[in-house]
Each structure stands twice: as C-alpha cells, then as structure tokens.
Design a protein around this ligand. Sequence first.
Ligand code: NAD
Length: 513
Amino acid sequence: MTKRHFDVTSGNTLRCRGWRQEGLLRLLENVLSVAEDPENLVVYAALGKAARDWPSHDVIVQTLKTMRDDETLIVQSGKPIGVVRTHERALIVVMANCNMIGQWAKAEEFYQLEKKGLICWGGLTAGDWQYIGSQGVIQGTYEIFRCIAERHFSSNLSGKLILTSGLGGMGGAQPLAGRLAGAVILCVEMDGARINKRIEAGYLQHRAETLDEALKLVADAQRAGNGCSIGLLGNSADILPEIHARGIVPAIVTDQTSAHDLVYGYLPAGLSAAEIQALRESEPEKLAALSMKSIARHVQAMLDFQSAGSIVFDNGNLIRTQAKKAGIGNAFDIPIFTEAYLRPLFARAIGPFRWIALSNDENDIRRIDDYLLETFSDNPSVVNWITLARAHVPFEGLPARIAWLGHDARTQVGLAVNGMVRDGILAGPVAFTRDHLDAGAMAHPNIMTENMKDGSDAIADWPLLNAMLACSSQADLVAIHSGGGGYAGYMTSEVSQSSPTAPAMRMSVCKLR
Ligand code: NAD
C-alpha cells in the first residue's frame, strides 16, 4: 500500500481551477493533517471520518482538481457519487452523511451498514472538512467554565479543581480551556499516546501516572493559585469513584470520553488496549455491555460529586443517555451544557465561527486578530477571547481562529477579510466555516435541543431549513449530517465558504430579520 503523507499545502499555487475548489481541497488535507487516526481517515470522536474509504478520498481529490465553477460534486456519506452541471454561483460540494430512517436508525444497524461500506459517520466537523484540531471547541469549553465561574464562584476559578476525562480530538481542548479560565484541571485519559500528543501540541502541561502523583500536582497548583493542567493515565470508571471515596469535591465535573460509541469510543475499565481491540473484532456486543457497566459507574460517581456540591454538566457526548440505559435512573439530574450555559447565546444568534488561512501563513490570522480587536473593542467577550487565543492557543495544521460571533459581526468580518484579500494585506484567501453548534443548526433532544421551552426538542426541520438556506446563499459546501439516529442521534447542517480574491461578497451568512 502507498505510504500516505498528511501535509497541508502552503502558498498561492493552485492545483485546481479556482480558489473555491482549491480551498475545499486544502480543508480536506487539513482535517487529515490534524486527525487522531489519519491512516484510517478518522479525524476525531472515535469514528468521525473525512471520507468513506481511501478510494473515495482519492476520487474526491481528483474531482476537486478538475471541477469547473459551474459544477457541483455530490458526496453521500463520504463517497463521491457524481458531478452535475449547475451554475457559477452554485455550491462546489453538497453532502449528506449518515442519515438513517426513523425506526432503523439504531447503532447495530449503523455498524452493519458501515461494515458493508454503505455509510460513514462524518462526526460533525470531520465529514465536511472543517475540523481545525482541538481549537475548534476550545472557546465553547472556555465560555462554559467562565459562565459557571460567574454563576457559582464570583467569577474566580483560581485554586478551583475541574475534573474531567478524555483527551481526544475534541476533549484535548479541555486542559487549555480550564487553564485559561484560571482553574486547575485534571483530565483522566486511558491512552498514554493521547496525553503525550496534547502535551506536544501545547494544550496540556503535565502527565501523571498515578492518582497520588496527580493529586500532588493539583494540590501544589491550588496552593500557588495558578491555572494548571494535568493528564492522568487511567480509566474514569475507576478513578472518579476513587477520588470521591477520598472525600475530594471538585468545583466542576464533566466528561469528554467518546461515550456516544460503546464499541469504538468508550473504553471499559479492567481491560488492556489489546483486549479491547480483540473484543471489538470478535464480540462487539460483549464489549458494548462492558462499556455500559463502566459508564454506569462513571456517571454514578459524577452524580455523587453533584450531591457533594460539585457543578456537574454533560458536555455533549451522550454519557447520560448511555448511563440511563445502563440503569442509572437519575442520570438526567446532570444538566446538558447547551441548556445550562450556552442557549442564551444561541437565542441571540451568537455561535462559533471559524476562519482558516488557506495560505498556511500565521500572519494572516494575526492580521485578522488585529482587525477584530480594533473593530470590536467595545465587545469585552470578543476582546477577551482574541487576546487569550492569540497568546495561548497553538495552531494545529492550517492556522485558524474560532470566535463566538453574532450574525451581524460575521458579515462584517467576512466583508473586511474579503477586502484584505483583495488589497493584498493577507497572503491568500481565507475559508470561513460554520458548524452545527449554532442557532437552528442542530436538533438533538439530548444535546442541542434538550428541554426546549415549547417542547420541540425532537423536531429536525430547523437544521434542514438552515442547510437549504445556506445552499441558496452561495456557500461552497453544505452538509447535512445525522448520527444515524440511534448511533449518535441528531440532525445537523454545516457550511463552508472561501473568501474569494475578488471583492464580491460571497459569504454564506444570512441576516435574521
Ligand atoms: P476521541 O474519540 O477523539 O477521544 C475520546 C478519548 O476518551 C480518547 O482519547 C479515549 O482514549 C478516552 N477514553 C475513552 N474511554 C475512556 C475511559 N473510560 N476513561 C478514560 N479515558 C477514556 O473523541 P473526541 O473527539 O475528543 O470527542 C469526545 C466526545 O465529545 C464525543 O462523544 C463527541 O461526540 C463529543 N463532542 C462534544 C462536543 C461539544 O460541542 N460539546 C464537540 C465535539 C465532540
């Protein structure tokens, strides 16, 4: 088999007929360059893939290289299906990933279809090529910690302990988010390689092999009042009950293991990595049952911390849903992060918006940072975030930035960046993307739309409308994803758009009236 390289392309030499196609090709290369398991096309979240298989990937790359502006590539669950003649203002890529029908949308059905090569799960930002490494969720996690600090700790997390698990593609943002919020954050992780990866990427400071060693680092940092991050090698289903038994009450407890997936994601306690891999192949049902048992212990410990006074929340990995199935009847006493902390922002059409320097020149992102600091100088949350991010958040892959902005601000930034590209202030075009964590972009009764005031939790019309609107607003790529119903259980829409070198406004943002 040919050895694959996972590099990003720099500079302004086009391999495609235009920047719109070239931009999407660079985004595809970028998600693989920062992926957790690029050889298997897995970007993050255990199974979230950039393409269905390598032949599909290679055809997508070849097609992007030859497509004209008046053509649209159709991608179905990571497989290129065909190119149709559309028109010059139409999308370059239209995608649908992992959408399954009602009563058939179950994890077992998904695994069968996946094995037959008929479907692939695109995660949320993997399948549509907009993942930018752990930075993608860092501001969201940071804003949640800040909101908890404001509500419960007089806006001060100094000396406070955050206990969490999972240092994967998304969870890897937690240690830096916690440290930026001023807390001491302890992250339990089963896979030593992931701990090392986050240290190398600059997202995590310390690695501990034992609980005693970790708690000493925690105590030292708490005494000094410094923000600090520690990765502890171990299984959360063992470690969390042990911390509780020792009478330690963290200020905040959450989790980012891949609990949505009982076979490829969550790792049950008491088994080695080799034993888990063997069970995955020989007895996946047995492995799923063991994961359920461990999740029950893990969530019981989270509930025990809650009873002892910790602020506990679910960070969108379905751990409560699994625990409830495993017999923890009050798992939903733990609130979901969206309802508890972020919904007021969505209600004002504020959400994460990211921009990626296709030139691979870090200065492009710094120049846009300068623009934001100057233009939004009266918006403390933008100034605070951009100041922190430029000082502390390392780039992974193509230089990129994410910031929570409202729709008007997005339009303003998009137009300004178009001008900077046109005037040669930036080294190259910039891709803007908007994911599912946004107003009307995701329906999931256990994540985004839990406890909607009007009871509309399970209605998936909004992300579909959102996607159709984005298609008619000149986006370059629009994707409709689902988690295969029972597999991860949601419906989302995602959008990407390159800022062209021409002055014309081609942003895919819409103003709310
Ligand atoms: P990932 O698969 O890349 O990483 C998960 C990590 O958890 C792995 O490193 C694994 O070794 C570790 N792990 C699994 N079981 C463990 C256990 N019992 N004890 C200790 N460590 C264990 O996943 P990811 O991309 O980091 O995503 C994590 C979860 O968060 C997923 O369920 C994902 O869907 C969800 N998610 C939420 C948001 C959000 O906005 N809140 C965003 C993205 C992803």
